[in-house]
Design a protein around this ligand. Structure first.
Ligand SMILES: Cc1cc2nc3c(=O)[nH]c(=O)nc-3n(C[C@H](O)[C@H](O)[C@H](O)COP(=O)(O)O)c2cc1C
Length: 439
């Protein structure tokens, strides 16, 4: 029997997601405020009803201010701005659901490792084992400028720092032996001092004494997600990722990406199956094909002309306002970017020959990746084809209007995948790791 797919949704903790302008669609946020609990509780219940693996929060620090050298477009069009802290949503969402996991992005460049290890261990308890950490090394000068720096570190240094960061976190999470927690009232012993250890980490970037001041949660440590696509990014994924969040707009690109992950896993002495690949996706599903196409067109119409360029400028560190809009994407200087190299590579491969203006229009409407539009059966056919051809394990959906576009997937697409035996009908296992790493 074909293995089950994994399904997740990617959002930011803000009004605006990966399609610029979706926040202003007629049915978006009706009766809800994105900044208040009722919205997230409603979303959690909807996703849980569909047995979805995970709600994943993309996150960054600062504002996109590369385009025209200012933040005006980002502020005016709400281009991933504002962006609230996703961590407090974890217990709120997991208390409103029964099996849904929550992934949050935290930066290895700007947040101290002790803080991340502590916060993730705390969230593992509060979510009862349903939290994941998207390990990001961050990009963008403005992010650096929020943290006492005038320039961002080189990518090489960000990844070197991230590597040591992971070692610190693992040591902290292991600083309690599994049976250290005794809780013996009669013996007046809460924890066994012989089983809680200082770590005495002395490295190039971090000096951390330990131990962690949180006892291990149900998962021990969060599920580790990673999305880097450059050479060092893939090598990092090979060493650390349990789930790799990847993007490709073509089946050939998906297969190539997955082959690189297999190779990275092998170089790190891990089995390919230890790393699950989930594809960034945009899905438009309707009762009829015409209805689905109308949803896609309605979203497209919302994207302001400058929006995609401003988002790309933020992601790749190039001020695209200075370039003619009719040059091909391969002439825009993104083959080596201080920003998201994996995404740039995808544009160069899958949109080769298209003009900057064409690519920007697409980018502002979901950033590319796997796309499927149609009835539930048509979308499920395309997903099965991509799943089988790519060697990946599932799909991470970007959203149009919220919460309606999420309900469309849960109510129309999920039952079709379940009918085909390609998606679970009930949550199995105890933790998010049990679910994400199962077949
Ligand atoms: C699908 C996808 C999602 C990403 N989400 C985030 C995010 O939420 N926050 C962030 O700081 N970086 C995010 N990134 C960036 C990566 O984590 C990575 O830091 C960046 O791509 C630079 O590394 P690279 O050059 O190895 O690709 C994402 C990348 C991809 C491909």
């Amino acid at each position: 029997m074909a293995p089950n797919m994994h399904l997740a949704f990617v959002l930011g903790h803000g009004p605006s997601q990966h399609s610029i302008g979706a926040w202003a669609m007629p049915r978006a946020y009706r009766g809800f405020n994105y900044a208040q609990p009722a919205f997230w509780e409603h979303l959690a219940r909807t996703l849980d009803r569909g047995c979805i693996d995970m709600l994943f929060f993309a996150d960054m620090y600062g504002v996109y201010d590369v385009f025209e050298g200012k933040a005006d477009a980002a502020v005016k069009y709400a281009i991933q701005f504002p962006l609230h802290d996703p961590a407090p949503l974890v217990p709120l969402i997991t208390r409103s659901s029964t099996g849904l996991g929550v992934g949050i992005s935290v930066s290895t460049t700007y947040v101290p490792p002790y803080h991340t290890a502590r916060s993730m261990a705390t969230l593992d308890h509060l979510s009862e084992g349903r939290v994941a950490w998207n390990v990001v090394a961050s990009y963008g000068r403005n992010a650096a400028a929020q943290f006492n720096m005038t320039e961002e570190l080189s990518k090489q240094e960000r990844y070197a720092r991230a590597e040591e960061y992971m070692q610190v976190c693992y040591k902290l999470w292991d600083s309690w032996e599994p049976d250290a927690l005794v809780m013996d009232r009669d013996g007046m012993t809460f924890a066994d001092p012989a089983k809680v250890h200082k770590i005495h980490h002395q490295g190039d970037y971090f000096q951390v004494e330990g131990p962690l001041c949180v006892a291990p949660g149900p998962q021990g440590w969060p599920v580790i997600i990673q999305a880097g696509g450059s050479g060092p990014g893939m090598a990092f994924a090979g060493r650390h990722a349990e789930v790799h969040f990847a993007t490709s707009s073509s089946l050939a690109g998906m297969a190539e990406h997955r082959a690189r992950i297999d190779a990275s896993a092998g170089e790190a002495g891990r089995a390919p199956k230890d790393i699950r690949t989930i594809w960034a996706s945009s899905i438009f599903v309707g009762e009829t094909e015409a209805e689905a196409k109308a949803k896609d067109e309605a979203l497209r119409a919302m994207v302001p002309p400058m929006g995609g360029l401003a988002l790309m400028s933020g992601h790749f560190g190039v001020d695209f306002s200075t370039l003619p809009s009719d040059i091909p994407i391969e002439d825009t200087g993104i083959e080596e970017t201080p920003g998201m190299q994996g995404v740039a590579n995808m544009l160069l491969r899958d949109y080769h020959g298209q003009t900057l203006a064409e690519v920007a229009r697409m980018y502002g409407n979901g950033m590319g990746g796997f796309r499927a539009i149609g009835t539930a059966a048509q979308v499920a056919d395309k997903m099965e084809e991509a799943y089988d051809a790519s060697g990946g394990h599932g799909f991470m959906f970007r959203c149009a209007d919220l919460p309606g576009s999420v309900a469309d997937v849960v109510d129309l697409l999920v039952p079709e995948l379940q009918r085909r035996g390609r998606f679970r009908k009930a949550y199995e296992g105890e933790t998010l790791r049990d679910r994400l790493l199962s077949d």
